[in-house]
Design a protein around this ligand. Structure first.
Ligand code: MG
Ligand code: MG
Length: 265
């Protein structure tokens, strides 16, 4: 069932979502060579819990052992934070965060450069963020879910980057994962119609190589099948009569631009 949320409910989701936006602004400063993914996990959990009533929504979800998912380089999603996994100059690290506050979930991911990254990786980050912007812009009343994936395809066209198609976005609300699925490859006019009140996690994942994936023996970490690097940008977005409303923003876009020289939306 696809839920339609009231303005008040959307505002509630946005209260948790803004915590993630603020966390990403903090992480943009804390992601430096030498930091471990375990330390980034602890920083994230402490920051989320410093907001009264807020909890990390991924902690324990389906048995996940971390507070947030932290995926390095060829890892696409669901990386398990580890105290001995230290980041090096030139790495990229994707942090995927869920927050639950007052019974409402929000979900957002951002890929950070560790120090200076090479030009191909910088382009991967820029194009993935641009794909998210294009996908969000397509989340309007009158479109269908397929228009969102079509916008990703159109945005990525000509870049030579792979679009990870076996992992999808989703509805967000009382649970982190609700209907409908939101594929990153779609056709305009296909899929469920977008209606005011739908709240969707839109989350393109691109790679420098293949679009194919595999799961590591830890049964969590999803990597690119060819070991190429991957980026992941995600916002929780409300479809409204006045257009798409990002509920997980606040701070990170300007911060990322300031740190990396990437364009700001
Ligand atoms: Mg996520
Ligand atoms: Mg998600």
């Amino acid at each position: 069932m696809i839920h339609l949320r009231s303005d008040a409910e959307i505002a509630s989701i946005g209260r948790g979502g803004s915590i993630i936006g603020s966390l990403f602004a903090l992480l943009a400063e804390r992601v430096v060579p030498g930091v471990s993914t375990g330390e980034l996990d602890r920083i994230s959990e402490d920051f989320i819990r410093s907001h009264e009533g807020a909890i990390p929504a991924f902690q324990g979800l389906y048995g996940f052992p971390g507070a947030v998912c932290i995926s390095v380089n060829e890892e696409i999603v669901h990386g398990i934070p580890k105290p001995d996994r230290r980041l090096s100059e030139g790495d990229i690290v994707s942090v995927d965060v869920g927050v639950k506050l007052d019974g409402w979930c929000s979900d957002s991911a951002w890929t950070f450069p560790v120090g200076r990254v090479d030009a191909a990786v910088e382009a991967l980050l820029r194009h993935t963020e641009a794909a998210l912007d294009a996908a969000v812009a397509a989340a309007v009343v009158g479109h269908h879910v397929g228009d969102i994936g079509a916008a990703v395809v159109q945005s990525v066209k000509g870049t030579g980057l792979g679009i990870v198609r076996d992992l999808v976005g989703h509805g967000v609300g009382r649970d982190v994962h609700e209907e409908p699925q939101v594929p990153n490859v779609g056709r305009p006019g296909y899929g469920p119609p977008l209606r005011a009140g739908m709240v969707l996690a839109i989350e393109p994942m691109l790679s420098l190589g293949t679009d194919r994936i595999r799961t590591l023996d830890d049964r969590w970490t999803v990597v690119t099948a060819d070991g190429s690097r991957s980026a992941h940008f995600e916002h929780t977005v409300a479809v409204t009569e006045t257009g798409p409303r990002i509920l997980t923003g606040a701070g990170i876009q300007a911060q990322a631009g300031a740190n990396t020289g990437l364009s700001t939306p």
